[in-house]
Design a protein around this ligand. Structure first.
Ligand SMILES: [Zn+2]
Length: 133
């Protein structure tokens, strides 16, 4: 393991060697402020791309729910699939538009189509209320 005390540290903003305390990351407050400003700006620029990607994922999830489950217009009609098969559909379960807890079960919705994952079965149904604003 390297001994930190003998390794010259460089300012994360300007790259100059830092003198003094080895736990310092910047030469001074200006460098720290400039570094953080730059980081915030970079993040702000990256955000729209991330958001566009999440919207794409939600749309894809919706397509998967629409095309793989034949549901009646009746809001109480549900379809099911075994969990392994459901996973193979490639739905990204991290992203959805709303949630609903019904009889103690968590339902995640992409617009009006929702799924609820049990131990071995995943239920899918349509609920127009979940797509109302
Ligand atoms: Zn500096």
């Amino acid at each position: 393991m390297e001994n930190a005390a003998h390794t010259p540290k460089h300012c994360e903003h300007c790259g100059k060697t830092i003198k003094g305390r080895t736990d310092k990351r910047f030469c001074n407050d200006d460098c720290r402020n400039n570094f953080n400003r730059k980081k915030r700006k970079k993040r702000a620029l990256e955000a729209p791309e991330t958001i566009a990607e999440i919207i794409r994922i939600i749309k894809n999830n919706y397509q998967i729910l629409l095309t793989n489950f034949d549901l009646e217009p009746d809001p109480n009609a549900a379809s099911f699939m075994n969990s392994k098969q459901f996973q193979e559909l490639g739905l990204n379960e991290k992203f959805y538009t709303s949630v609903l807890i019904e009889n103690g079960e968590l339902w995640k919705y992409c617009f009006d189509r929702g799924w609820s994952a049990g131990k071995t079965t995943v239920w899918v149904k349509r609920n127009p209320n979940q797509a109302e604003i």
